[in-house]
Ligand binder design. Sequence first.
Ligand SMILES: [Zn+2]
Ligand SMILES: [Zn+2]
Length: 117
Amino acid sequence: MARTPVPQDITQDPPGHLGILWDDGHRGRHAYRTLRERCPCAHCVDEWTGEGRLDPSKVPAGIHPREVGRVGAYALRFTWSDGHETGIYTFTFLREICECDACARMRTSASRPGKVP
Ligand SMILES: [Zn+2]
Ligand SMILES: [Zn+2]
């Protein structure tokens, strides 16, 4: 397996979204809201069941990252406008939850049970 791709450039484009240009050429896209709701920290995800504990209705409407920081060579950390800042989003995780058109398409076809010939 190839090494994990690394973000080269992070933009806030289109508005309300975080754009990540990866060093393998992939252009990732993440809605702020989804990113916040998918926060993998112990406050937001039950450590035992892996189930989300975060109530999406409690995420403020205009949620956005106040700061995007790098954690070592493997993750990003967001400081959110609601003050939450304990989530560490590994690069692998970010690629898994990528919402760009290519990834969305791949996910739909993968979840479809049995392809029609
Ligand atoms: Zn969290
Ligand atoms: Zn993608």
